[in-house]
Write a protein that binds this ligand. Sequence first.
Ligand SMILES: [Zn+2]
Length: 418
Amino acid sequence: MRKIAAHYVFPVSTPPVRNGLITLSDDGEILDLRQMHDEEEGVEFYSGVLAPGFVNAHCHLELSHLLGEVPEHVGLTNFLFSVVAAIGKFSDEQILRSLSLADAQMYAQGTVAVGDISNHSISFEAKSKSPIFYHTFIEIIDLWKANVDELLSKAQRLLSDAQRCKLSASLTAHAPYTMSAAMLRALAQKSTHMSIHNQECADENLFFEQGRGELYKRYSTLAALPPATGKTSIHYTLENIVEVEKLLLVHNTCTSSKDYDYAEGFVRCLPEPVEGSRREPTPQCFDRLSMTARKPNTKSSISWVLCPRSNLYIENALPPVHMLRAKGANIALGTDSLSSNHSLNMLEELKCLAQNFPNIPFAEALRWATLGGAEALRCEHKFGSLERGKKPGLVLLENFDFDRMSVSAATTSRLLTK
Ligand SMILES: [Zn+2]
């Protein structure tokens, strides 16, 4: 048993506790959390803040060797094609070394669970041996070729490999602009838990709304693309993956308030909002979901995953954080891969938010970096908050700015317990 205390404890599921004291079992289970009143025996006291282990909701560990390989601010289209060009330059040995190092660093810096995208099996062994809990999203990219059977059986073989390595895993799609409708629909029949890149740049919306823009131009050289629909990309995604139980929409840099209302209404079976009238599920909605429809007031099945530092790296843009907060979205945070970030350290994502959105209380952003991610990965029974019975890991934040109650550039993080 260990008793650990600090100037502040942020349990996440309950308000912060000044001079908080946590009692943990030898294997890291939270036994008790309370305020420490007097000097107590056998307590390890730390100067700083204690928080649950971070949950990184979006990562591509298998791209860790691409650190520094792709220049910043080139825009998504150039970024994607630069990544494809850079990948072939490395041996399996170099890839394995980089991803193992990245995994070890993430853990030491306080990340205990990761939603990780895999297009190959190269990271499976390292992930299965890691102390970090990984949910692996086996990703399909069909580039509008609609070779559904071939790609689906390849993905299912990868899924079996992941499961043989005892990894939690499910099939997913890359992004609307790389997926034929036939492939998306077939995938949605085979997966209940998906993570899709969404509205990462303005060109992604233009691709579907107007059939133009840099992204459309580049992909139209690879295959025949669908005609413009006048609707943003999120419409295309949701209309083709109706049945998915849990959906992570990642990036959302160019998601508007209207897009958000559409998406949340869609998964709750509500029609698009009309000013002055109440939104009720329509009979068509229930037809669409063959009577398994969710009720309007149930918790949304969407997690809105934000990767602010990756957005700055690629597009020099930031996601619509204020809009999502105001709407009460389920927000989670991710680092994306080392091809579009300088580290996989979740604390740096929190610093980036604190710097760019100084009005967001630390406790709220911390929720996105912990419990929000755990809910997205469906592992909130174990991770994401300091609650009795959970084994969420314990992170110490040192050099915390207590005057502003925020992280500062000098703040560091390390995992104190598993
Ligand atoms: Zn990504």
